[in-house]
Design a protein around this ligand. Structure first.
Ligand code: ZN
Length: 74
């Protein structure tokens, strides 16, 4: 849902759900991951999405959001 690839960003920009798309696997899984310089990580998902760099800042932000949720905050 937060996929950073151009296709998913485009779908969200048009107000469409980015995932699941037609033929998407029921269980989404990371097949491989690689470090992109000092920028962050690039994931290859089992639904073949593999573009987009998840920057350290974004990953940190999402993790902090999740931690806040677990603690009972919005
Ligand atoms: Zn995508």
């Amino acid at each position: 849902m937060n996929c950073l690839c151009a296709e998913c960003r485009g779908r969200r920009d048009q107000g469409m759900e980015a995932w699941p798309g037609a033929g998407a696997p029921a269980v989404l899984r990371i097949e491989s991951v690689r470090e992109v310089g000092n920028w962050g990580l690039n994931f290859t998902w089992n639904d073949t999405h593999s573009t987009g760099i998840y920057t350290w800042e974004i990953l940190r932000e999402w993790d902090e959001g999740r931690s806040a949720e677990a603690a009972g905050h919005e």
